[in-house]
Design a protein. Structure first.
Length: 374
């Protein structure tokens, strides 16, 4: 969340009793079913549809039958909600409203049978066709509305008051919904399907795009040795470049187009001044990438492509994985501030993927991130 102060997770919080709830077709499951769920896992990322997996005890020793693999409780197609958090503190979070898509039983040589129940966010039903589209002079909300109209689905929004208008946004051979999900996570928006209805009557689904209507997205402060269980950063300059040149042809004026972008023009500063970025940049500042195969028709379009390509490249210089106590609000799109990792690797990171697991070892959140020092 831009401008928000980092939240130290150990201040005024406790993490004693991890808790989850599974609802199928809107109904919470009985305690007998909950006791058979050995672990639950939720995953999200910038480029993949959110997913879940339940690891379930499938063997009834008393009747010597398979409890769930032969039953209909977890049949593919069932609607499922997964909530995660801590018992008795009012901070349970809806992680996913999805659909069961797979059953994976195990029949080992020793021990009882287990069943893995997997599924995806209901957004997966909107993956229709991969397309390449250029959106001109639009905000993200206007792009979302155009995509929703194209998918034939109703649209609801809650844009930021200062939402940026882009000269160009390029969707490169992606499903519409995957492109939109990636845009939402980059700018801190929520993207989900609302299923309105009352008095037993279900209304058509609505695609929501915008700022959260419930829980604001925090910026967490994670400190190695305290709230940060493990942290593994990776800095590499092997694929870094110092300049991007974009070439094209102006068909209207019958002349060549050539625009370039340098590291000084982009907002991402790698490890920043504290991490001695200036010295690191010497390893690649003479390296150049030339783009001449994209359909570029104006100098402005060429410049935007050069800047965007260089900025995406800069974001790949420092990537990291980490693990912390279970935080249901730590999701893809969050910003985390890492402390205790030295001058070079402490700082601002953008979360690109998370895995939340509740099982025998408690509740943990693993995350992937990239350095985006401003």
């Amino acid at each position: 969340m831009a401008g928000a102060a980092a939240v130290p997770i150990f201040t005024g919080q406790d993490f004693y009793v991890p808790y989850f709830e599974v609802r199928i077709n809107g109904r919470a499951q009985t305690q007998s079913v909950v006791r058979d769920i050995l672990s639950v896992t939720f995953k999200d990322s910038l480029t993949e549809i959110d997913s879940f997996e339940l690891n379930v005890n499938n063997w009834d020793a008393a009747t010597r039958t398979f409890k769930y693999s032969d039953g209909d409780l977890f049949d593919p197609g069932q609607e499922l909600e997964l909530w995660m958090g801590y018992y008795g503190h009012g901070n349970m979070r809806l992680m996913l409203r999805g659909q069961i898509t797979g059953l994976h039983p195990a029949f080992p040589s020793g021990g009882g049978s287990a069943l893995a129940v997997s599924g995806l966010n209901v957004l997966h039903k909107l993956r229709v066709e991969q397309r390449s589209v250029t959106y001109e002079d639009k905000t993200d909300t206007e792009v979302a509305k155009q995509i929703a109209d194209g998918l034939g689905i109703k649209f609801d929004k809650n844009p930021a008051p200062n939402e940026e208008r882009y000269r160009y946004l390029i969707q490169d051979n992606q499903y519409d919904i995957i492109f939109l999900m990636e845009r939402a996570r980059r700018i801190g928006y929520e993207l989900f399907i609302k299923q309105p209805g009352e008095n037993g009557k279900t209304e058509p689904p609505v695609l929501f795009f915008g700022l959260s209507l419930a829980v604001p997205r925090p910026t967490y402060e994670l400190v190695w040795g305290r709230s940060l269980i493990e942290f593994k950063p990776d800095l590499t300059t092997a694929n870094q470049i110092g300049e991007v040149v974009v070439r094209g042809w102006d068909r209207l004026n019958k002349k060549k187009i050539e625009e370039k972008a340098t590291r000084a023009e982009i907002s991402v500063k790698g490890v920043g001044a504290a991490g001695n970025q200036a010295a690191i940049s010497k390893a690649f500042d003479q390296r150049k990438e030339v783009i001449a195969t994209k359909p570029i028709e104006t100098a402005t379009e060429a410049k935007q492509l050069a800047l965007r390509t260089l900025e995406e490249n800069a974001k790949d210089m420092v990537k990291a994985t980490g693990s912390t106590v279970g935080l249901p609000d730590l999701r893809t799109g969050n910003v985390v501030t890492i402390d205790g990792a030295g001058k070079r690797f402490s700082g601002r990171y953008f979360v690109t993927a998370t895995t939340h697991t509740i099982g025998d070892s408690g509740y943990t959140t693993q995350f992937e991130c990239r350095r985006e020092e401003k």
